[in-house]
Ligand binder design. Structure first.
Ligand code: FEO
Ligand code: CA
Ligand code: CA
Ligand code: CA
Length: 571
């Protein structure tokens, strides 16, 4: 019952309470099931998942990858093809055949490389259960060894030439694919994020360039040990290989023989997602976050225009990159990165984008994660997940990070979501207005800025917004990847979760809580929009989960399918 004049909430479900259960919790009247888990066979000649060993290189190449993240649905004659990123791996479960998850043999490395990349699977609901259609002609694994073309300004540049590819035009593979994008011409965009963590140097005296340092490349990898079996990842043997990663890759999921294309015009950094929209003047606009403390938020505007029904295949090959500068009066501007504004060539801007952005005086941000553009209104949102270094120290070789604009807190542990509105309802305008949609925090523990904004309370509070996705009604789905300790400043916030926000009213309700030690990320819908697919990534990353199989089983990253018990539309 609503009092006179009170508007009915558009968030028509009862809020899920924060919890620390080792399962998925959804509102009353909703249900969930597992669609696909790491190691599930995509082809009938693949062996069943082996939790005792984590499988082999050969089995992993034919199976669903690990750590599923961003995703998008494509349809073809009523069939449904889901593209899912496989961002990284849990070494302990992937290498269960080794002591402490340390890869030891060439086959361990092959398995690790095959667990990364993209899984393209036809999905269907049979006997009331969602699953992968085994052996579908659309099923495809794209891994760290898949050949792809380098396109755009960096193609053929000296900085991209290697022993294996002396022309700098063909790259092998994609890895650490975090968020994603989708184009109206039917292609999938996969975004290379923490590509740096896979490189190491067998020569301890190898000298790192300032550019390598700015991109987080060091003598040691993050435990993957790929250089052991693939010299591309040994800096002292192949110092330019890192310049071939950190891009947006475009894939045609309906043509399993097509070669993916690295689109260097959209810059090289730790790409989160690629939110694509068509501006009123026909140019393609892609919003892009660089997920690093003190790095930047970008916009790409295509040179050519989108033509409905026309040949749009190479629109992402040429265009201009812009970087955001936020002013404290709730105004902002997009600064173009051109040879004139940066003193760098177009190729250099595409390869060392962070340096180019520093030259024009962009605003350092609190780790820009997903960007989402409202399909029903000219406005855009970006999750700024957190930044413990805000006001403390810059990224290596980067700019100072005083609290400013939409990044108002030093040592920001909770994160916030910024919204901007392009001037003249034009996504290609150089100016915008901005405000904060929500400042996350904990009003049960703090009464200062860490309590968060007014639309946050003890019932719907959360930390570290990351995934953002609009549904067809213009509701904003918010996913978290944050502190799940449920202690001190995070007391009462429970496991990572998914909430829904109404951009019109600012109201936020918690819709889902994930199992222990996971993050919730990525979202897609079936054609009828009666099922929502979401990634549950790295459950039990520290060892405290047996989700989804229960008992004493190893935890497995999985895509889940959420639907209403009455079968009605969800989102
Ligand atoms: Fe892979 Fe920034 O999250
Ligand atoms: Ca992730
Ligand atoms: Ca993320
Ligand atoms: Ca994150």
């Amino acid at each position: 019952a609503f009092a006179a004049g009170e508007k009915e909430s558009r968030l028509a479900f009862s809020m899920v309470k924060a919890n620390t259960l080792d399962t998925v919790t959804v509102p009353e009247g909703y249900k969930w099931e597992v669609l696909a888990s790491w190691g599930d066979p995509m082809f009938s000649n693949a062996p069943a998942f082996n939790s005792a060993t984590g499988g082999t290189g050969a089995s992993q190449e034919l199976s669903f990858g690990d750590h599923n993240d961003g995703m998008a649905m494509f349809s073809h004659n009523g069939r449904q093809i889901l593209c899912v990123n496989n961002e990284y791996t849990n070494l302990n479960t992937l290498h269960a055949n080794r002591t402490d998850g340390v890869p030891t043999t060439a086959d361990d490395i092959l398995k690790s490389k095959a667990a990364h990349g993209v899984s393209i699977v036809e999905v269907a609901r049979k006997n009331n259960q969602w699953g992968i259609v085994k052996d579908s002609e659309f099923n495809r694994r794209i891994t760290v060894d898949t050949e792809m073309d380098i396109t755009g300004p960096a193609r053929g540049h000296n900085l991209l030439k290697t022993k294996e590819d002396p022309k700098g035009v063909v790259a092998k593979g994609t890895w650490n694919n975090c968020g994603n994008g989708q184009t109206p011409w039917g292609t999938y965009l996969t975004c290379e994020e923490n590509f740096n963590g896979y490189f190491s140097s067998s020569d301890e005296s190898f000298s790192l360039t300032p550019e390598m340092k700015r991109y987080g490349i060091s003598h040691k990898d993050w435990g993957y040990k790929w250089a052991m079996a693939d010299s591309r990842f040994d800096l002292s043997k192949e110092p330019q290989e890192p310049n071939r990663a950190g891009y947006i890759v475009e894939i045609d999921p309906l043509d399993p023989t097509s070669r993916p294309k690295k689109r260097t015009a959209m810059g090289r950094f730790k790409h989160e997602n690629a939110e694509l929209t068509i501006a009123s003047n026909g140019h393609v606009v892609v919003y892009l976050g660089d997920d690093e403390r003190g790095e930047f938020l970008y916009r790409f505007v295509s040179k050519h225009k989108y033509l409905a029904g026309g040949n749009n295949r190479n629109l992402l090959e040429e265009g201009t990159l812009y970087v955001a500068k936020f002013h404290d009066n709730n105004r902002g501007e997009w600064l173009a990165l051109t040879p004139k504004t940066t003193g760098m060539t177009e190729a250099e801007i595409s390869i060392h984008t962070r340096m180019a952005a520093s030259k024009v005086g962009a605003t350092t941000m609190d780790r820009p994660e997903w960007v989402a553009s409202n399909p029903n209104k000219i406005e855009v949102f970006c999750a700024l997940t957190n930044n413990k270094n805000r006001g403390v120290k810059p990224n290596a070789g980067g700019d100072e990070t005083p609290p400013t604009g939409p990044n108002p807190r030093v040592k920001n542990n909770f994160g916030q979501i910024v919204r901007w509105t392009p001037m003249d309802e034009d996504h290609t305008s150089s100016e915008f207005k901005w405000n904060l949609f929500v400042l996350a925090g904990n009003p049960a523990v703090y009464d200062d800025a860490n309590a968060g904004s007014k639309n946050l309370n003890q019932d719907n509070m959360f930390n570290s917004p990351d995934g953002l996705k609009f549904d067809s009604k213009g509701l904003l789905w918010i996913q978290t990847d944050g502190n799940y300790s449920n202690e001190k400043g995070f007391q009462g916030q429970g496991n990572n979760q998914m909430l829904v926000g109404d951009p019109e009213t600012g109201e936020i309700r918690r819709f889902l809580v994930g199992p222990r030690e996971c993050e919730i990320t990525g979202a897609a819908w079936n054609i009828e929009r009666t099922t929502m697919f979401v990634s549950v990534q790295h459950p039990g990353e520290k060892g405290d989960s047996h989700w989804p199989d229960g008992g004493q089983s190893v935890p497995r990253s999985s895509v889940i399918a959420i639907s209403r018990e009455d079968g009605a539309v969800i989102g």
